[in-house]
Design a protein around this ligand. Sequence first.
Ligand SMILES: Cc1ncc(COP(=O)(O)O)c(C=O)c1O
Length: 396
Amino acid sequence: MHKEQVIANENMYVLQTYVRPDIVFTHGKGPYLYDTDGNEYLDFNAGIAVTALGHADPDWAEAVAQQAQKYGHVSNLYHSEPQATLARKLIENSFADRVYFCNSGAEANEAAIKFARKYAYERDGQSGRHKIISLTKGFHGRTMGALATTYKKAYKTPFQPLMSGVVFAEFNNLASVREAIDEETCAIIVEPIQGEGGINPSTKEFLLGLRRLCDECGLLLIFDEVQCGLGRTGYLWAHEMYGVNPDIMSLAKPLAGGLPIGATLVTQKIADAIKPGDHGSTFGANPLACAAANVVFDKVSKPDFLAQIRANSEHMNQRLQEALPQEKVVEIRGAGYMIGIELTMPVSNIVKRCVDSGVLLISAGEKTVRLIPPLIVSTDDIDRAVDVLASAVKTA
Ligand SMILES: Cc1ncc(COP(=O)(O)O)c(C=O)c1O
């Protein structure tokens, strides 16, 4: 199909919830994508922090193809080897004792909310605590429960009423969280490094303080690592950088390297409160997605792989400091391959100019450019992205 036909069909038949540039990709390889006109793009967006291994990783493609020749779906009514193997890997390499699989980040957070409420219900009875504290600038997804815990009003206002029982406190302000807690609170949900809200890292004191507050008040601590988890920070889990463990953690985006998956990890005391029938998903732990995730996890969890991200990230930061015009930079934030560059001006035109120059980038908020490349990029790729970005910022 020709490029014009693809764009015409999408414009005519697809619900217009996204604005897209006039580019149609045909294929990718590693950190590169190619379009119908033969143009090459360096993908520093990674499908919004998803394609951890880049495009068409041969081991990933082979694992999916092999599983497709066995079975693509059996449902959760039956045991399945790809799910069992992935569960073992996630649990053996995390704070958690059990994992629930679903299909997206929003679903993983919906499950986290339900599990937190069920834990309180089993512990305290019918009058159990139900309120969730969420943080300013937090983003947790677009379904009604996850959306209720998302901060941005524009995403929520037309869809009221959302799930009730969500209270917002100020990010990185422990006193504000303490004030928001009452006898009905059951959990606090936070991204250790906020993604959509502008690449805002939690302070160490904040996450440590949240852990202490939760322990003192009998609350559960939920870390949403949908964007910052699984190697993106140069550590397997973002919370490793802080030395703070949650009770529940949600994962999604990079877990299956491009196939839909979500996961909610919990400790044993929460698992004890969940019974058959409490929650479920027809497609959750889909065998193709789990086969892909097993490959992603094996590669991404290797200490050398993670150390390379940390080293390359230092290089990227150094290059950004050198190349960007300092008078236009407010702050460079983040960790590993999750870097936000806040500028003194709106970034939408800068992002567009980079895309036109062959580097795919996105923003995080009005004035922040977000760098979330595949976890396999080289220092040469980083240099190219930084040079293109710097030139776009200089002429903006
Ligand atoms: C931190 C975080 N949580 C949840 C979500 C929602 O994930 P999904 O779009 O897969 O539902 C996102 C998506 O950007 C996210 O960044």
